[in-house]
Design a protein around this ligand. Structure first.
Ligand code: MOS
Length: 704
């Protein structure tokens, strides 16, 4: 059989994207389409006293104007993550209350986008304004409710006693800033009602079948009457898993005006209405004996949510999986601010959590005069300390050793400020990565066609991560075909349930289902190989052999904990005179189980590292404390790395197929790359400058 899995295969969807033939949500051409433009609140807290739409209604081209006074009809979904969830648990236009700046308070529908936008500015609003609360320093914090059915607090042993027995103790507080999602593809929805009971939605969705159920619940329809279409996503990162208010309102208004309707968010509207990552303040307390063995770990986290939903940035998820200590204490607290609802963003919890933990481990290593790689090797945990189960496959130590070797870590001078180049300080840093191995039930259909091609179909989505290619690679190997002869169709709720492109689980979910469907179709064809099946097809003049198969998690989770591992090593140069920091070298080594496509897998790690560099050095969304508006609001004011900010990123994979996890052995790679990046950079900055920076992003003012 030809070997395809694990080789470097170029993206199946690459040509369509480069040629502009990949159709994104807002680009679908629907005859008779009309355009909606959102009216948004100019205050961040208070109430609408009056809203005057008379001028807007009279403006040319205007078809309808919706406000809370004539809101189109919608029902409340269950708001359970696994059934029908909306990101913001308040239905749009449901009352006159204002909870955050930029909240949707109306929608103008017109024959063109320009006329809708023009009329939206004619809506006159009078508010009863209250001072918004947008500063965490002024907020009061409470214990959040469980998230995904799990309590966020946890204790093992006795932290105080464990700390008392330590000879070296560290207490430090680390901060991350509010980060905007800023995907290249803006959030947009086209809603097309074929009749009063049949709806098609074109929107960027990481989970078309989840959205299908939600839209069905919102409009009191059976799921079968809703179709959600998302063949391509231009970046999502967690911000496109569930419907947002603009999409809900678009569908509701389209039903009322009986025309297909498109609503596209401006970059500025996305700051409030499409999610972001909450800032966090995390206090880590570590106790260790002189040989570097941890005796106690405490991790306390503060983050915020909006007044209209609960989302807790789950930073303590990483603590029981990283380092072993007989005494652990985890606690999270949550405040409510007048800000749009924060949400999942690549490595939610893991990313900010590791920023704090991996910075603290570096600080401890300096205190103990132990190499930071050695400190991690010494304390790695053999089991998930919360689940009480061993890991299905763990090669964290290999990540550290291989990374150290590739980076020449042994040559690192032992003192800060001891490396210079071209008049600049140079520093080396490292940090660990981790992300859970997740998987859901997925179904795939395969068709063998007489022209010698295989056609794979599933509703699972490709966020730009490489799912088209991963499905093709897996099928090519299972059927003994060249990848070019495999065609893949994704992202349509009419297709078999492919699960959710989130939690880095698409590959681990789809690969076993693809393998199974391919075996099944050969059986159906009574053939040993695809070639044999093609020959039978031609003789019999049949159109296709077809099979559908599903794969789902079983009892393995009773026995094992599933987790991916990694390590980043980096070099920075710092020009202290102007506070300029450059990332000059990068090595990432990952253990993600079986690598299905080495090219797109490495790309995912590189993308994660680049996004992490943004978090470490640039990304920061301040809100004006008086008016509650973000002071950055578009791709010009919100900074993230360009090519010139990014070094060559070497990526290597270690480990083995994780067959305890699933028959494909893959654990997924979408998020792990970003985890630990900001800590690796801050640790390198300490080595370069002797300055410990605990507050992201590391902007020039902090280095001068
Ligand atoms: Mo991801 S933050 O689960 O899209």
């Amino acid at each position: 059989m030809n070997k395809v899995v694990g080789t470097a295969v170029s993206r199946k969807d690459g040509r369509a994207k480069v040629m502009g033939t990949a159709t994104y949500a807002a680009e679908h051409q629907i005859p008779g389409l009309v355009h909606g433009y959102l009216v948004t609140s100019s205050i961040a807290n208070g109430q609408i006293k009056s809203i005057d739409i008379s001028a807007a209604k009279k403006a040319s081209g205007v078809i309808a104007v919706f406000t809370h006074e004539n809101a189109p009809k919608m029902f409340m979904p269950t708001n359970d993550f696994m059934t029908s969830k909306i990101y913001e648990a308040r239905l749009p236009l449901s009352d006159d209350k204002i909870h955050y700046a930029g909240q949707i308070i109306g929608l103008v529908v017109a024959d063109t986008f320009e006329r809708a936008r023009d009329a939206a500015h004619l809506v006159k609003v009078e508010y009863a304004t209250q001072k918004p609360l947008v500063e965490v320093t002024k907020a009061s914090f409470k214990e959040p409710p469980p998230q995904f059915g799990e309590e966020l607090k946890f204790e093992k042993g006795n932290f105080a006693a464990g700390l008392a027995s330590a000879t070296t103790k560290l207490t430090a507080t680390y901060k991350t800033s509010t980060e905007m999602h800023a995907p290249m593809e803006p959030h947009a929805t086209i809603a097309h009602w074929q009749d009063a009971n049949s709806l098609t939605i074109y929107e960027p969705s990481q989970w078309v079948l989840g959205s299908q159920r939600t839209y069905a619940d919102l409009f009191g329809l059976p799921s079968e009457r809703v179709r959600v279409v998302t063949p391509f996503l231009g970046g999502a990162f967690g911000s496109k898993a569930f419907p947002w208010p603009h999409g809900i309102l678009c569908a509701a208004a389209a039903r009322q005006v009986q025309r297909p309707l498109k609503v596209v968010l401006s970059r500025r509207q996305m700051t409030a209405n499409a999610g972001h990552r909450s800032e966090t303040e995390q206090t880590i307390r570590l106790g260790a004996t002189a040989d570097g063995s941890l005796t106690a770990i405490a991790h306390e986290v503060k983050s915020y949510t909006s007044p209209v939903d609960v989302f807790t940035e789950p930073c303590t998820g990483i603590t029981p999986v990283m380092y072993t200590a007989p005494n652990l204490q985890l606690k999270q607290e949550l405040a409510v601010l007048n800000i749009g609802t924060p949400t999942f963003m690549r490595g939610p919890g893991e990313n900010p959590g590791l920023w704090a933990m991996e910075s603290a481990m570096d600080e401890l290593a300096w205190m103990l005069k132990i190499d930071p790689v050695e400190l991690r090797l010494k304390n790695e945990t053999k089991e998930h300390q919360r689940q009480g189960k061993p890991f299905s496959a763990k090669h964290f130590a290999d990540c550290l050793r291989v990374g150290a070797e590739q980076f020449d870590w042994k040559d690192r001078p032992k003192q800060p400020r001891s490396l210079t180049r071209d008049g600049k300080l140079v520093g080396w840093g490292m940090a660990a990565s981790t992300f859970p191995g997740l998987r859901t039930k997925a179904s795939v259909k395969v068709r063998l066609l007489p022209d010698g091609t295989a056609h794979l179909l599933t509703a699972g989505n490709d966020m730009g991560t490489g799912a088209y290619t991963v499905v093709a690679v897996t099928a090519a190997e299972a059927l003994g075909l060249p990848v070019e002869q495999v065609r893949v169709e994704l992202g349509d709720s009419l297709l078999p349930d492919g699960g959710l492109a989130g939690g880095s689980q698409m590959t681990a979910s789809l690969v076993p289902a693809v393998m199974s469907a391919c075996q099944q179709v050969l059986k159906t064809a009574n053939a040993k190989t695809a070639q044999e099946a093609f020959a039978t097809l031609r003789q019999s003049k049949r159109a296709a052999f077809e099979a559908i198969a599903s794969s789902a998690p079983g009892d393995e989770a009773k026995k094992w904990a599933f987790q991916s591992w990694g390590a980043h090593f980096c070099e920075v140069s710092v020009d202290e005179e102007i506070g300029r920091l450059r990332v000059t070298r990068w090595v990432s080594v990952m253990d993600i189980g079986r690598v299905i496509n080495s090219k797109t897998a490495a790309s995912q790690v590189r993308g994660g590292v680049i996004m992490g560099i943004g978090q470490a050095l640039m990304e920061e969304c301040h809100l004006d404390p008086n008016i509650g508006y973000p002071v950055v609001y578009d791709l010009a004011t919100y900074h993230f790395p360009a090519h010139a900010d990014t070094p060559r990123i070497e990526v290597a994979f270690v480990g083995e197929p994780d067959l305890n996890f699933n028959p494909g052995g893959a654990r997924g790679v979408g998020e792990i790359g970003i985890t630990g990046v900001s800590a690796a950079i801050a640790n390198a900055v300490y080595h370069a400058t002797g300055k410990r920076i605990r507050d992201l992003p590391i902007t020039p003012d902090k280095l001068i």
